[in-house]
Design a protein around this ligand. Structure first.
Ligand code: SAJ
Length: 420
C-alpha cells in the first residue's frame, strides 16, 4: 500500500475544510476542494476567502496563485479524501439527534472516483460509529472495491476518523501545532492517515481506532461544556448568597489542583453547545452530568434576562438598556449561535424601543435584530440606565466601567466588577 499523496481532495470548503485545504496547499501539496456550493467554488478559484479567519485571506490567495489549490463542484480522482461537512441536528434544534445526511451525501459523491489504495478520512465531528456508517455507504456505491469492514488490513480503501480540534480565530496556527487523534478502522488505516497528517502537522499524530477518535472529540467539547456549566452554576449560587463569583473563582483557582472556567451569559458557537448532545443521543440513560451541564448552560440566558427585568422594574418605565457585545465569544465577529443575541432579542421583545447595543466588531445589526434595537458607539452606550455586559471584548476590558450616575450594571463576564 502506497503512502504517497500526490493529490488531496478536501470535501467541504467551510470553516474547517477551507483552512485545512489551504494549509496543505501552501506546503506544496496539490489540493482540490470539492463543495456543493458553486458560489463558494467560484470565490475560492478567484482567490477570495468566503469566511472570516485571521490570515486565511492571504494564505488562500497564495495557494490559488501557486496553482496548488483549486475548487470544483465535480468529484475527481485523488489519493486522499478528507471530509469536513456539517453534522447538525436532525430536524433543526427540536430533536437533538445528529444528522449524518451531509456525510452520507459526501461519501456517495466521492465513491465513483475512488481507486485502490485511496484513503478516506472523516473529519466532521460525528457520533460514535459514524465512520463505520460512512464506510458502509462507500461500499454500497463501490462493490468492485474492498473496504476495511469486510477485508480488514487487506482492504483496497483505507478509512479513518481524524476530528478537527482548531479554535476558530486561530485556525491556521492550530491546524499545524495541535496534536491530532487519528482513528483508523484498522491499524493500517490509522498509519496511512497519520502519514498524511504528518505532512503538515507539527504536533503529535496519535493513532487509535475510529470509535475512540470519534468519542475523543465529543469528550473534549463535553468536558469544556461541563466545566463552563460548573462555573455558571456557581454564578447563580453566588448571586443568591451575595458573593462575587469572579473573586471566588480567582481565589479557589489558587489551589494547585483547581482550575474553574469562567461564567458567562451562556455557551455559544457551533461545537460546545452541540457535540455533547451526540453523546446524550447515543447513551441517554448514562450521560447524566453531560445532559445537566447542557441544560444549565442553555438556561443561563434566561437568568440574565430575569436580572435585566428586575433592574428595569427598579428603574421604572422607559429605562434605557444597553447591551455590550453580541458575538459568541470575545474579539471575533462571529454571531452564530450567540447567547448574547438570544438575550438581546428577548429584551427587545420585552422592552421595545429601549434597547441599544455596542458591538465594535460589526457595522450593522443582524437581520433578527434589525429595526428592534439600535447599534450605538460605546460613548453613547455607557450613558444607559441599565448596562448589560455580555461579551468581554478586549476593547471593553480596556475601558472603564460605565459611569452614568445611578446606572445599574449587569456584568455576565466579570470585567466591571473586578476587585484589584
Ligand atoms: N465560554 C465560557 N466560559 C469559559 C470559556 C468559554 O462561557 O470559561 C463560552 C464562550 O464565551 C463561548 C463558548 O463557551 O460562548 C465556546 O467557546 P470556546 O472558546 O470554549 O470554544 P469554541 O466553540 O470556539 O471552540 C471549541 C474548542 N474546543 C475546546 O476547547 C475543547 C475547539 O478546540 C474545537 O475545535 C471547537 O470547539 C470545535 O470545532 O469543536
Amino acid at each position: 500500500m502506497k503512502a504517497q499523496f500526490n493529490k488531496i481532495c478536501m470535501v467541504g470548503l467551510g470553516y474547517i475544510g477551507l483552512p485545512t485545504a489551504v494549509v496543505f496547499a501552501v506546503r506544496n501539496i496539490n489540493v482540490v476542494g470539492l463543495d456543493i456550493n458553486q458560489a463558494t467554488v467560484d470565490r475560492v478559484n478567484a482567490g477570495e476567502c468566503p469566511i472570516v479567519e485571521p490570515g486565511l485571506d492571504e494564505a488562500l490567495r497564495r495557494a490559488v496563485r501557486s496553482e496548488r489549490l483549486r475548487a470544483t463542484v465535480e468529484p475527481e480522482h485523488a489519493d486522499a479524501f478528507l471530509i469536513a461537512v456539517p453534522t447538525p441536528f436532525l430536524n433543526g434544534d427540536e430533536q437533538k439527534i445528529p444528522d449524518l445526511s451531509y456525510v452520507e451525501a459526501a461519501a456517495r459523491k466521492i465513491a465513483p472516483v475512488l481507486k485502490r489504495g485511496d484513503l478516506v478520512v472523516l473529519e466532521s465531528t460525528s457520533p460514535v460509529g459514524a465512520t463505520e456508517l460512512m464506510a458502509g455507504w462507500l461500499a454500497e456505491e463501490r462493490p468492485d472495491l474492498s473496504f476495511p469492514q469486510t477485508h480488514g488490513e487487506d482492504s483496497d480503501i483505507r478509512i479513518a476518523h481524524c476530528p478537527e480540534r482548531i479554535l476558530p480565530g486561530h485556525a491556521l496556527k492550530e491546524l499545524v501545532s495541535n496534536d491530532r487523534v487519528i482513528g483508523g478502522m484498522t491499524p493500517a488505516c490509522a498509519t496511512l492517515a497519520r502519514d498524511l497528517y504528518r505532512m503538515v502537522v507539527e504536533g503529535d499524530c496519535v493513532e487509535t481506532d475510529a470509535r475512540t477518535a470519534e468519542m475523543a472529540k465529543l469528550t473534549e467539547n463535553s468536558f469544556r461544556d461541563v466545566n463552563i456549566a460548573f462555573a455558571n452554576e456557581l454564578s447563580l449560587i453566588c448571586e443568591r448568597l451575595g458573593i462575587d463569583v469572579w473573586e471566588l473563582i480567582r481565589l479557589t483557582n489558587r489551589h494547585p489542583r483547581v482550575n474553574i472556567l469562567q461564567p458567562g451569559p451562556g455557551v455559544g458557537g457551533h461545537c460546545i453547545a452541540v457535540d455533547p448532545w451526540f453523546i446524550i443521543a447515543q447513551t441517554p440513560d448514562l450521560a447524566k452530568i453531560i445532559r445537566t451541564a447542557r441544560c444549565i448552560n442553555d438556561e443561563k440566558p434566561s437568568w440574565v434576562v430575569e436580572r435585566v427585568r428586575a433592574a428595569a422594574a427598579r428603574k421604572g418605565a422607559g429605562a434605557s438598556i444597553c447591551c455590550f457585545g453580541l458575538s459568541f465569544k470575545p474579539d471575533i465577529d462571529d454571531l452564530r449561535e450567540s447567547p448574547a443575541i438570544e438575550i438581546v432579542e428577548r429584551l427587545t421583545e420585552e422592552f421595545p424601543g429601549q434597547i441599544t447595543v455596542v458591538e465594535p466588531h460589526i457595522d450593522r445589526l443582524p437581520d433578527r435584530l434589525d429595526g428592534k434595537a439600535g447599534l450605538v458607539a460605546m460613548r453613547v452606550g455607557i450613558e444607559a440606565d441599565i448596562c448589560v455586559m455580555l461579551v468581554d471584548h478586549t476593547e471593553f476590558r480596556n475601558s472603564p466601567p460605565p459611569g452614568a450616575a445611578g446606572a445599574d450594571l449587569i456584568d455576565t463576564r466579570g470585567i466591571w466588577t473586578k476587585k484589584p
